[in-house]
Write a new protein. Structure first.
Length: 106
């Protein structure tokens, strides 16, 4: 299993857990162990905590990927775009020079 497949599985498990919590709270409401307002409040609190956890996970994951790529010293998208612009500029200059040579009388 690749790293990204592991992350995907963890996220899907988190979504599944969220659904199970809702089902559990709904069941408690049906049994009369919680009022509907208490159940709604619990679902809201749990959802907010889950979202904060997901945001923290996403931020940490992003930082880890960024640090790893920095250590690998790979070119960024901006680096590649700058190089492409330089190559295009050089290519245009070469075309102009070649055109000027063709126009000169032999």
């Amino acid at each position: 299993m690749t790293f990204f497949e592991t992350i995907r599985s963890a996220m899907l498990a988190g979504f599944g857990m969220q659904e199970k919590v809702r089902e559990f709270i709904d069941e408690l409401v049906k049994k009369g162990e919680l009022s509907e307002s208490q159940g709604a409040k619990l679902v809201k609190e749990w959802t907010e905590k889950a979202e904060k956890g997901t945001e923290g996970f996403s931020k940490n994951f992003s930082e880890i990927v960024t640090k790893t790529l920095d250590k690998m010293n790979l070119p960024t998208k901006d680096d590649i775009e700058k190089l492409n612009k330089k190559i295009q500029g050089i290519s245009n200059r070469v075309k102009k020079l070649e055109g000027a040579k063709e126009e000169e009388p032999a």
